[in-house]
Design a protein around this ligand. Structure first.
Ligand code: ADP
Ligand code: TRP
Length: 331
């Protein structure tokens, strides 16, 4: 049997998922899984999430919550390997080895590092700096071809390719493959409050969360920043707020944003916002119901992670043995 190309992606358990995470990444995870062309690995990046301020007593809950999000959205542990990063020690081990060949200068260029250090001035830890090296390890361990992510992660993927090349050149052979990023049509959903910035968990008031109740969705969309014009048109430059809402509508209905603008050409902003509200509420109704059921059985979710992590570790350990040999640690 021919083996399928490998697809890997992860998310940090650091808060509730928003519609940017969904349209930029998670929705694509599910579609790619169901498409069946790839062997998919989806994981909870708990080690990465320790680089931002967190409460130890909440971390476990966040891990379970994100696992429920994955499954509620349609990730199926029978089709994909679903695992927890910290249950596969090879990730940390490879990250250390890759640290020793990654130039500081490459890491200093990372915009996410610059943004996050500015945001958490009191906690600019070394983990935040080497974050992309751990991400490279996550990806390179599995012989990954494609990595579905939002566009804010593309720079990290470029670094992953650089590190893979450096390793292969330094130690000879082709231990690592260079992966490609896979973007959706909405790789950057913008903030509801400030459409010049991306929607981000760090600004909760800018987000539509996947498990928001219909009343919250209605209130947030009603308050979403648009412009003072009255004509509905898709124009990201001149009408960034409205265009962001049109893009969300388009992504959920598999239409182009221009076509959505045309459909609402005679409507007021308020009328369009009402329609968007009912679309978002009904689109995620099944997700909300699934998630409630899954959260009632946390032990089942933990079992999913444990069994997936065993499968992932089997693959990762083989690559780790090869790496240790290459770098001279083993005969
Ligand atoms: P956040 O920036 O909200 O903390 P994460 O960094 O945990 O989100 O991102 C998880 C995934 O969701 C990544 O693949 C990321 O690229 C994607 N993503 C995050 N925010 C957005 C957004 N506003 N639009 C599209 N994709 C996004
Ligand atoms: N850095 C990613 C994010 O913030 C999460 C992540 C960690 C990831 N390791 C990965 C994504 C490997 C894809 C592949 O969203």
């Amino acid at each position: 049997m021919a083996t399928k190309p490998i697809l890997v992606s992860g998310m940090q358990p650091s808060g509730r998922l928003h519609i940017g995470n969904y349209l930029g990444a998670l929705k694509n995870f599910v579609e790619l899984q169901d498409f069946g062309d790839y062997q998919c690995y989806f994981f909870i990046a708990d080690l990465h999430s320790m680089t931002e301020p967190y409460e130890p007593s909440e971390k476990r809950r966040q891990i379970i919550n994100l696992t429920a999000d994955f499954l509620a959205a349609g990730i199926d542990p029978k089709k994909s390997v679903v695992f927890l990063q910290s249950l596969v020690p090879a990730h940390s081990e490879l990250a250390w080895i890759l640290n020793t060949i990654t130039p500081m200068g490459e890491l200093e260029r990372m915009t996410q590092f610059k943004d996050k250090s500015a945001r958490q001035e009191a906690n600019v830890n070394a983990g935040l700096f080497t974050y992309p090296v751990l991400m490279a390890a996550d990806i390179l361990l599995y012989g990954t071809r494609v990595v579905p992510v939002g566009d804010d992660q593309l720079q990290h993927l470029e670094l992953t390719r650089t590190v893979a090349r450096k390793f292969n050149t330094r130690f000879g052979g082709t231990t690592f493959m260079e992966p490609k990023g896979l973007l959706t049509k909405t790789p950057r959903v913008m903030s509801l409050k400030d459409p010049s910035k991306k929607m981000s968990k760090s600004q909760p008031e800018s987000c539509l969360f996947l498990d928001d109740e219909p009343e919250e969705i209605a209130a947030k969309i009603a308050r979403a920043v648009t412009d003072s014009d009255t004509k509905i048109a898709y124009d990201p430059e001149k009408k960034p707020g409205l265009s962001n809402l049109l893009e969300i509508y388009a992504a959920l209905t598999h239409l182009e944003p221009e076509a959505v603008a045309k459909e609402f050409s005679g409507a007021t902003y308020a009328e369009f916002k009402k329609k968007l509200t009912s679309l978002v509420s009904s689109y995620f109704a099944e997700f909300r119901a699934n998630k409630k059921k899954l959260m009632a059985k946390p032990n089942t979710l933990i079992k999913v992670l444990e069994s997936g992590s065993k499968k992932a570790a089997k693959v990762a350990d083989v690559k780790m043995a090869e790496v240790k040999k290459k770098v001279g640690l083993r005969a």
